[in-house]
Write a protein that binds this ligand. Sequence first.
Ligand code: ADP
Length: 238
Amino acid sequence: MSETEGTAGGDEEVPVVYLHGVCRRYKQGESELVILNGAKLALWAGQSVALVAPSGAGKSTLLHIAGLLEHPDEGEVYLMGTATSALSDLQRTMLRRTDVGFVYQSHRLLPEFSALENVMMPQLVRGLSRSDASRRAEEILSYLGLKDRITHRPAELSGGEQQRVAIARAVANAPRILFADEPTGNLDPHTAEHVFGALMQLVRATRVAMLIATHNMDLAARMDRRVTLRDGQVLELD
Ligand code: ADP
């Protein structure tokens, strides 16, 4: 892996995520749409990486494959040095639960539950007790400036607050990698700044690796690295 990009801290030997030769094609009638064609990417602990590419370039596809939500047609996804293609569905699910967090453009919170309960949910699924899950959920929400909002349901929160609860939920199980798909795409510039700040704060505090698909060049400029997708391959920008 000598050709991979440098580490943020210099102390990790293995990237948190390493995509190697990843291909993904979709059938479109008689023809085939080639979305990823030998894509290669290494993400290191504590590093924030912006994925900047036009709509339809394959950003979501790449995030879903790297986050084990989809299988590539060819190639391998390594998480913490472990090849994932040979793992069973259950093993992939367990890895995803403990090591991977996702934030989407729309918050996808459960409307009938409070902010606290939404952040407890992934921890309960993982097997934590209600009291431990509740304590940690409160801690994370407070850390993201939402201490006064923990009993609110999503409909009682602003767009930026909803998105910060979604971020808290994504990191509830202390993942090693956080994927965010246009996380500020629905927000006004001021709120986007606040939500972006929360993401960057988490990268610094927890050394989670973060890959954000975004169209926002201002935010991308403030991240550690910028990559794009061209002809199905990942290219470094700058
Ligand atoms: P982006 O996130 O960059 O907008 P996507 O990864 O969502 O791009 O999609 C890349 C391309 O693949 C698009 O042209 C999209 O229409 C196509 N695509 C995505 N998912 C499927 C699917 N399940 N079946 C067929 N085509 C798909």
